[in-house]
Design a binder for this molecule. Structure first.
Ligand code: PMP
Length: 355
């Protein structure tokens, strides 16, 4: 604690991201990255930008990227906002749409950054407990609030909330912004981007870090009616009027144009996920139904923390959260088939020793 820190900074507990060891040293299944590299088309465009564009400032409006997003999502370009990863966009949302006197709502078990941002921006919040199946209950989101934030699919559970439920939440909150963080939606969920034309209070946030293999570049998008996008632009222009660097802008643009590679990789990951779920269930794990590029699993015989530590000793890193209700679960990102095979074999060995 330092006397130089503001009261806000003294009060926050910073988010601690998953371990990031050197490439190639371990099997890394802890931060939900894509195991496949970006396509040649994306890499070539970025190389050209490195040699040709770096002496100039990037386009502050990210037009190429936003035009590609407009084509991909079938929305007008005015309905699209680009930021440095969805984390930055979420931070902007707290400034743009929530007020210090009004309590916002988000699920009790969800992406832990929401709580960090609420602290950072002095926004009061209420955490709504998930039901017995780890699903998001609807009724509490119909109560009075200062705004709503929901990850769909949720993290770290991977569970999906239906578009009909999202629609009900939107209808009950016509005067409040409802942010749907769809970081993992490409892995089998259904995007609520289609609801934007009918719901001026809906903002959908996407990331290029998961399904698009570009976590290292930091690209996120927000989609919503122009009124909401203008709110974000006001915040952006006050914090950082050049949101994405020139290389990220062209990489992101080409990723959106290269639907073939995107669909191929997403399809592979979904198939590997289903195979892994089956394998883990054979090993008696209880695995939640996932629509994400990770699975959330618990074993009746061995505490999750022991599994986590035993895997770590074998250079396999998964995610363990020492938090109430989920402290007996592991979150395992979906890697390549070979990586998941190594994980399942390691778990088989650990279970044989410990049960
Ligand atoms: N939302 C959720 C639900 C996430 O799990 C993550 C990644 N940890 C993010 C947003 C942030 O993603 P980005 O890399 O785009 O900042």
């Amino acid at each position: 604690m330092s006397k130089f820190w503001s009261e806000t900074v003294k009060g926050i507990t910073p988010y601690v991201p998953g371990e990031q060891p050197g490439v190639g040293q371990v099997i890394k299944l802890n931060t939900n990255e894509n195991p496949y590299p970006p396509s040649a088309r994306v890499l070539d465009a970025m190389k050209a930008a490195v040699s040709g564009r770096l002496k100039l400032y990037p386009d502050p409006e990210c037009r190429g990227l936003r035009e590609a997003a407009a084509d991909y999502y079938r929305l007008p370009i005015e309905n699209i906002f680009a930021g440095n990863g969805s984390d930055e966009i979420l931070a902007f949302c707290f400034k743009a749409f929530f007020n210090p006197g009004e309590t916002i709502l988000f699920p009790d078990i969800t992406y832990s950054f929401y709580e960090v941002y609420a602290g950072l921006f002095d926004i009061p919040y209420r955490k709504i407990p998930l039901d017995d199946h780890f699903d998001i209950p609807l009724a509490p989101f119909f109560e009075q609030n200062g705004g709503i934030l929901i990850a769909n699919p949720n993290a770290p559970t991977g569970k999906f909330t239906s578009l009909d439920s999202i629609r009900q939440i939107l209808v009950h909150n016509p005067d409040k912004v409802v942010i749907i963080d769809e970081a993992y939606v490409d892995f089998g969920g259904e995007s609520c981007v289609s609801l934007i034309p009918d719901h001026p209070n809906l903002l959908v946030v996407h990331t290029f870090s998961k399904s698009r293999s570009l976590a290292g570049l930091r690209i996120g998008l927000a989609m919503g009616q122009t009124e909401l996008i203008e709110g974000l632009n006001r915040v952006k222009n006050s914090f950082n009027s050049y949101p994405l660097d020139a290389v990220a802008q062209v990489g992101g643009e080409q990723s959106l144009r290269d639907t073939e590679t995107f669909e191929l990789n997403v399809g592979r990951i979904i198939k590997t996920r289903e195979d892994t779920v089956n394998r883990l269930r054979e090993l008696q794990f209880d695995v939640l139904d996932s629509r994400a590029n990770f699975i959330f699993a618990t074993h009746p015989g061995v505490p999750a923390v022991r599994l986590f530590e035993a895997l770590r000793r074998q250079d396999i890193i998964v995610r363990y959260f020492a938090k109430p209700r989920i402290d007996n679960y592991l979150r395992i990102s979906i890697g390549t088939d070979e990586e998941m095979e190594a994980l399942c074999r390691a778990l088989e060995g650990i279970l044989a020793e410990q049960t």
